[in-house]
Design a binder for this molecule. Structure first.
Ligand code: AMP
Length: 215
């Protein structure tokens, strides 16, 4: 089963993808995570992407579809993939069709996480993760049980994404509205889109997605 999680920045795509990965053994393919890893490693792709990401703009279609294509050739993706943050443009949606068709795979569901945009900025600017195990937290909505200590691995080091500041978030939202939201009708016409209320609490969102996938 291959699915796309679609929604604006801060809608909860990454959170839900990690849960589906744990529950169903599917593989999460987050182009944002892959690009951040490339930036950190200083690869040519990372060097090209760094400034664009810092501004909240979109990295080129060929770069992101290239890294997705390479990843889809790794055997762990054969059991099912959750695309998180990809595709983000109509051109990427077309490239994804080709990448899947050439590997005899299909797209089964597009889950749209519907959210109230005003709430998104607050969600994003307060979020951070454990630097050691990646568990996600939030200044207001999801604090660790003991302040400054990760619930999962007890690490005391945390990190924030450099693009999770208000100005960049606004640009990312605009990019979503202008370039990503228009791909929904393409998938809607194929009957693939299911809408989930992304403002509900995290467990409810997971249950709603699981119910769609179990139909
Ligand atoms: P994300 O972690 O999905 O919020 O992505 C962080 C940043 O990486 C975005 O603001 C873009 O600059 C870049 N990025 C991630 N995925 C894509 C994509 N599919 N197409 C273009 N740029 C992307």
């Amino acid at each position: 089963m291959n699915i796309i999680l679609l929604g604006p920045p801060g809608a909860g795509k990454g959170t839900q993808a990690s849960r589906l990965m744990a529950d169903r053994g599917m593989v999460q393919l987050s182009t944002g995570d892959m690009l951040r890893a490339a930036v950190k490693a200083g690869t040519p792709t990372g060097m090209q992407a760094k400034a664009v990401m810092a501004s909240g703009g979109l990295v080129s279609d060929d770069i992101v579809s290239g890294i997705i294509g390479e990843r889809l050739d790794e055997p762990d993706t054969a059991r099912g993939v959750i695309f998180d943050g990809y595709p983000r443009t109509a051109a990427q949606a077309e490239q994804l069709d080709e990448l899947l068709a050439s590997r005899a795979r299909t797209l089964d569901y597009v889950i749209e996480l519907g959210v109230d945009e005003d709430a998104l900025v607050a969600r994003i600017v307060g979020r951070y993760t454990c630097a050691h195990c990646g568990t996600g937290y939030h200044d207001s909505f999801a604090k660790p049980q003991v302040a400054g200590v990760c619930d999962k691995c007890a690490s005391t080091e945390f990190k924030r994404r450099p693009d999770d500041n208000e100005e960049t978030v606004r640009t990312r939202m605009e990019e979503y509205r202008a370039k990503t939201a228009p791909i929904l009708p393409i998938y809607d016409a194929r009957g693939l889109v299911h809408r989930v209320d992304g403002m509900a609490d995290i467990d409810h969102v997971t249950q709603a997605i699981e119910a769609i996938l179990d139909r």
